[in-house]
Design a protein around this ligand. Structure first.
Ligand code: NDP
Length: 237
């Protein structure tokens, strides 16, 4: 497939998991892909070698570095904001600094990255943020702060879709359910509990999520904007 031939693509948080699958998919479909990462240098180097994508070390929690990285890519066709942290636990016990860092990465960073990308983005561009079905449904205790961050993306996408719509730029949220990655392994301790909420009782794969991202980033999705796209095996049904 060549639907992204010569398209300028940036994936924020692409070294592992869903982000790495998005890098692989969009690069395989012809995109000129760059991706950022914070700590996983070996994984980033291996992915760059495998896909031909460019790896950039840049912590999304640092606004100035993030904005500089986005601006340095010039006129993007596609921005995928995937980076995310998951901090779970009793809100009375959680480290408030860890909660704040999660809010920095999951909420402040996608907002500033999206706005910066839009400054130079070509008309008809695509902004896709990876949210979570937990933005809609949080069926267990200990997830309030994470759910807060993912719900915030819903309002952000709806608003930015209005701001950038006149230029044909779409803004969408992809909301995975349990997906087999380092963050949420299919054989992890919470897997059976999660599957109990699902119509299809298995973790999704990162490649399945990347397929939905590729659709939204592609030419057939030009009228899809300000919307939430849940891919969760019925977790939220
Ligand atoms: P992983 O923890 O497996 O991978 C996270 C990726 O984000 C890594 O590439 C990591 O890079 C990058 N990242 C994290 N923090 C930063 C940062 N500060 N700056 C730059 N990059 C960063 O997570 P998943 O692939 O599972 O999750 C990806 C997204 O999908 C997240 O937003 C998550 O909330 C969401 N999601 C995941 C679900 C799941 O079940 N897996 C379900 C629903 C949503 P590095 O290793 O270099 O730090």
């Amino acid at each position: 497939m060549t639907q992204f031939t010569d398209k300028n693509v940036l994936v924020i948080g692409g070294s592992r998991g869903i982000g790495a699958a998005v890098v692989e998919r969009l690069a395989a479909d012809g995109g000129q892909v760059a991706f950022t990462y914070a700590g996983s240098q070996d994984a980033a180097a291996a992915l760059a070698e495998k896909t031909g994508a460019e790896a950039i070390r840049s912590d999304a929690a640092h606004r100035a570095a993030l904005v500089e990285t986005v601006a340095s890519r010039g006129a993007l066709d596609v921005l995928v904001f995937n980076a995310g942290l998951l901090v779970l636990g009793d809100p009375l016990e959680l480290d408030p600094d860890a909660v704040d860092r999660m809010i920095d990465v999951n909420v402040r960073a996608p907002y500033h990255a999206a706005v910066e990308a839009a400054r130079q983005m070509r008309d008809g561009g695509r902004i896709i943020v990876i949210g979570s079905v937990n933005g809609d449904r949080m069926p267990f205790a200990g997830g309030a702060a994470y759910a807060l961050t993912k719900s915030a993306l819903q309002g952000m996408a709806r608003g930015l879709a209005r701001d950038f719509g006149p230029r044909g730029i779409t803004v969408n949220v992809v909301q995975p359910g349990p997906t087999d990655t380092d963050m949420n392994p299919a054989d992890g301790p919470m897997a059976n509990d999660m599957h109990s909420f699902m119509a299809i009782k298995r973790h999704g794969t990162a490649a399945e999520v990347a397929g939905l991202v590729a659709y939204l980033a592609g030419p057939e999705a030009g009228i899809v904007t300000g919307a939430l796209h849940t891919i969760d095996g019925g977790f939220g049904a």
